[in-house]
Design a protein around this ligand. Structure first.
Ligand SMILES: NC(=O)CC[C@H](N)C(=O)O
Length: 198
């Protein structure tokens, strides 16, 4: 934990569960910035894209001119973790966007294909003990209208599956989870993310 004191990480704070991520990362000792504008990325080593509503966050990413700056941030070695809606926004291929939403913007940082709301509607939110590669005890994974990661590029590593469906993937300094680790008391995945921050 002490090793996190020099880590500066951002949480995209346009919509969704950004406060919970920030609180968890601060608990682990990191210095946290709420990111709303491209300039907020300066000096950061990592960025969390929270859960929320991917269609809304995608539109706001465009409105706030954040797509290219976040791509450049990742290209220059910044760690990026997308949870739920955030995992959707990291994917190159997003399925399940209703036609009335029109074009769905994406950061397209990972060559994944995700399907929105693939575990059902809001009422189908659930928590399961999830076996995660590298963790010695199951992680309490909260799924809320969660996406599944349907296709994973060869260079990525699947860290967890639920019901045979991929729900946690790491590729270099990129991490994508279908579920919401910030809504539990368990900080192990936030610790894992901070370990990806240079
Ligand atoms: N909890 C979540 O982030 C839900 C994601 C939401 N279903 C979406 O597609 O954006």
């Amino acid at each position: 934990m002490a090793g996190n004191l020099d880590k500066r990480v951002g949480v995209l704070a346009l919509q969704g569960a950004f406060r919970e991520h920030a609180a968890m990362l601060e608990r682990l000792g990191a210095r946290v910035t709420e990111v709303r504008l491209p300039a907020d990325l300066a000096g950061l080593g990592g960025l969390v894209i929270p859960g929320g509503e991917s269609t809304t966050i995608g539109k706001l990413l465009v409105d706030f001119d954040l797509i290219e700056p976040i791509r450049a941030f990742a290209a220059s070695g910044g760690a990026v973790w997308g949870t739920c809606a955030g995992a959707i926004l990291l994917a190159q291929d997003i399925q399940g966007v209703p036609p009335q939403f029109g074009f769905q913007p994406s950061l397209a940082l990972m060559a994944t294909r995700v399907r929105r709301n693939a575990f059902g509607r809001q009422v189908d939110s659930f928590e399961v003990p999830l076996n995660v590669a590298g963790l010695n005890a199951p992680f309490p994974a909260v799924f809320i209208r969660a996406p599944v990661i349907e296709a994973v590029p060869d260079e990525a590593e699947v860290l967890a599956r639920h019901d045979g469906q991929v729900v946690l993937v790491r590729q270099g300094r990129l991490l994508a989870s279908s579920f919401h680790p910030e809504l539990t008391r368990d900080a192990r995945l936030h610790e894992l993310f901070l370990n990806l921050v240079a």
